[in-house]
Design a binder for this molecule. Structure first.
Ligand code: AMP
Ligand code: FES
Ligand code: ZN
Length: 316
């Protein structure tokens, strides 16, 4: 016999194994949006906010974020402005489709949309890093570029929050790595809200932090949002994907492993760590003027290495 929805009793579409419940599509949508609203309220993500920049890659997580935030903001925070930031990374066979999806979503929802094209605005693309010593850690270099530009653009468009689509699977994958390495200074920064500590550093929020990648996929399917037909070709075989696979295997043996690790981190470890680990002192990068831990920020260090490599290649 087909399973019934726990809430309305109609035939169920989805099974959420961590919660052991069956839900139909309509009840799943309500459950999902309510869960995000609860996270927003629990962590005061939008308290005092006037404009939220939503970083949208075109993948399922950030599309789910945009759609659900748009609905929650329209209903519960009508004064709040939303703006989308998309960085076109210039990865052939991938970035074109991501950009098209984001442009279409912004058009459909009629939201302010800022597309930042790496090639035309910065003079390089992510695949250019393949010719540098970063080729083995290209996802890391890409992460540095995205983090820096998302913050910079959010600052330039006058946003006071930057929302990203990081989900529970992403956060647990990072925690897994950081706990293994014992990187206390970084562990303490993994949280639902990172409040600004510098006028040019925008407060970051992760409204999907308590939802799994699978729940985001179900939401995208339920709401009929577009689904990317390709994955980033540069991330294939990355350590990040290997760790995610491993965590899925653990989850099969230890149900709700991700939820448990995240909760222990937030409730048991963080309060203790926050008392002992000091906030790093930020200065302004001497090259770009954005917040930095050292004289030159990690973005300027990275791009100067890229420039040097291409100059060397040109002179060969
Ligand atoms: P990732 O680091 O690729 O797992 O992405 C984490 C989050 O960063 C996504 O959910 C988006 O909110 C944001 N993001 C990633 N790539 C882009 C992009 N190209 N443009 C805008 N935001 C992005
Ligand atoms: Fe950054 Fe693939 S999206 S390397
Ligand atoms: Zn800099």
């Amino acid at each position: 016999m087909a399973a019934k929805c726990r809430i309305c009793g109609r035939s169920a579409t989805y099974y959420l194994d961590h919660a052991r419940i069956h839900l139909c599509e309509d009840c799943f949508i309500k459950y999902y949006e309510r869960k995000i609203y609860k996270s927003i309220q629990k962590y005061n993500m939008l308290e005092g906010a006037k404009k939220v920049a939503v970083a949208v890659s075109g993948g399922k997580d950030s599309l789910a974020l945009l759609e659900s935030l748009y609905r929650i903001v329209s209903e519960k925070f009508p004064e709040l402005k939303l703006a989308v930031i998309h960085i076109d990374l210039g990865i052939p066979g991938y970035s074109e489709e991501c950009r098209k999806i984001v442009e279409k979503m912004c058009g459909d929802l009629d939201v302010e949309c800022h597309i930042h094209d790496l090639r035309s605005e910065e003079g390089y693309t992510i695949p250019d890093f393949q010719a540098t010593p970063f080729r083995r850690r290209i996802c890391g270099a890409c992460g540095t570029v995205k983090r820096y530009l998302m913050n910079k653009i959010a600052y330039e468009i006058g946003a006071d929050r930057l929302a990203t689509g990081h989900n529970l699977d992403d956060v647990v994958e990072v925690l897994f790595e950081l706990y293994l390495k014992g990187s206390v200074g970084e562990i303490v920064r993994i949280k639902p809200v990172s409040w600004s500590t510098h006028p040019k550093l925008i407060t970051k929020i992760k409204p999907l932090i308590e939802l799994t990648e699978r729940e985001n996929l179900y939401y995208v399917l339920s709401r009929g949002l577009p689904v990317l037909s390709v994955q980033c070709p540069l991330a294939k075989n990355s350590r990040m994907l290997k760790r995610k696979k491993l965590i899925s295997m653990i989850e099969k043996e230890i149900p709700a492993f991700r939820h448990t690790l995240y909760k222990s981190h937030l409730k048991r470890i963080m309060p203790k760590l926050e008392k002992t680990v000091k906030e790093p002192n930020l200065m302004e990068c001497k090259s770009c003027g954005m917040p930095s831990l050292s004289e030159l920020c990690s973005y300027c260090k990275l791009t100067s290495k890229l420039k040097k490599t291409s100059q060397n290649l040109d002179s060969e």
